[in-house]
Design a protein around this ligand. Structure first.
Ligand code: KIV
Ligand code: ZN
Length: 390
């Protein structure tokens, strides 16, 4: 991997904040601390631990995580209000490294309907909130909520205001998952090119998955010049969720040939954190989910199983070990071929003569037509029966 720092992507995990905003995904304090510990172990750069003013529980979670985590920056969200920012600063006070993340919407729709503020008042609020956050903390991130539906001239003025007031990270969220990759790349590039002193800040992506484009948009944002990606484990988050960290990290690692950027993430922790987040939230990971789904490294068809047994690279573009799995699995079913069946018999400790093998294979195929998945116990029963009756 390249050691070129200009190509390093900071991973900002928001599983504990935006992820927890998934309907039904609330987590206890102990569960949040366990997740934060694994995020730290996997070398996440910034952990957004919560929204300190949202509730006493959120405040406590941010405080406890801030006190405990030493190797990642701990962050709290805050609206553009003094009370929010002060509560975030208070919760973060014992952190070794901390960040306040403050935001306000910049799209015409949000300003008019939700905030009921004139654009000039929004610019003033950005100046006031970021300046206040900077008076409380050295590391301040500012987000333009609904950036992708904002008017570009106004968005650039808003970003310029935030940088002047001291924000060192500028986040351009695709809050409603509306952008396409080409649009999002252009948006990030345009803002960086047009805003004076944009080199004083790191630009960040924050993409929601309403059209299933969150990961593609995040990577496009990096192509446009962003060097921080905000994401969640298993892609959990508001509505259809956020960009999935495991997909981003493995895409950057696997396709380094065409995407010259790299993260610091310890990818062998991916399965552990995915299972932990799934268990804690009660949100099952779909079987065919990229990287962490039960079928992501499983092969059923005979042709694929034969290929994988000869050389895993035939049907695997990354190793299961690289994401913390012991090995890929050959799922036994009606599509499995002789080669995989023989391999399974060896694994179960059987050595059959040719005739017995052919008969067992015939019966195995017959069983496959009746049963979706054939377990080891089915094969043991079938072979024992064949051996006993022959
Ligand atoms: O989606 C969004 O716009 C957010 C901001 C608060 C960063 O989550
Ligand atoms: Zn969000």
């Amino acid at each position: 991997m390249s050691g070129n720092d200009a190509n390093r992507i900071r991973i900002f995990d928001t599983t504990l904040r935006d992820g927890e905003q998934s309907p039904g995904a609330s987590m206890t304090l102990e569960e949040k601390i366990r997740i934060a510990e694994v995020l730290e172990a996997m070398k996440v750069d910034i952990i957004e631990a919560g929204f300190a003013i949202a509730s006493n529980g959120d405040f406590e979670a941010v405080s406890k995580i801030a006190a405990q985590i030493k190797n990642s920056t701990v962050c709290s969200l805050a609206r553009a209000a003094t009370a929010d920012i002060d509560r975030a600063a208070e919760a973060l006070k014992s952190a070794k490294s901390s960040r306040i993340h403050t935001f306000i919407a910049t799209s015409p729709l949000h300003m008019r309907v939700k905030l009921q503020m004139e654009p000039s008042a929004v610019l003033e609020a950005i100046h006031r909130s970021v300046s206040h956050a900077r008076s409380r903390m050295g590391d301040v991130e500012w987000s333009a909520e609904d950036a992708t539906r904002s008017e570009i001239d106004f968005l650039c003025r808003a970003v310029e205001t935030a940088i002047k007031a001291g924000a060192s990270t500028i986040n351009l969220p695709d809050t409603v998952g509306y952008a396409t990759p080409a649009e999002y790349e252009r948006l990030v590039r345009t803002v960086i090119e047009r805003v004076p002193n944009s080199d004083k800040a790191i630009f960040s992506t924050h993409c929601h998955n309403d059209l299933g484009l969150a990961v593609a948009n995040s990577l496009a944002g990096v192509a446009g010049g962003a060097r921080q990606i905000e994401c969640t484990i298993n892609g959990i988050g508001e509505r259809a969720g956020n960009a999935a960290m495991e997909e981003i990290v493995m895409a950057l690692r696997t396709r380094h040939d065409v995407m010259p950027w790299h993260t610091n993430i310890e990818t062998t922790e991916i399965m552990r954190i995915s299972r932990l987040v799934s268990t804690v939230t009660g949100f099952a990971v779909q079987n065919n989910k990229a990287i962490v789904g039960a079928n992501a490294f499983a092969h059923e068809s005979g042709i694929h199983q034969d290929g994988v047994l000869k050389n895993a690279e035939t049907y695997e573009i990354m190793t299961p070990e690289s994401v913390g799995l012991n090995k890929s699995s050959l799922v036994m079913g009606k599509h499995s071929g002789r080669h995989a069946f023989a391999d399974k018999l060896r694994e179960l400790g059987y050595e059959l003569g040719d005739n017995a093998f052919q008969e067992c294979f015939r019966r195995f195929k017959e069983l496959g037509d009746r049963k979706k998945q054939i377990y080891d116990e089915d094969i043991v029963a079938l072979v024992d029966d064949e051996v006993a009756t022959s």
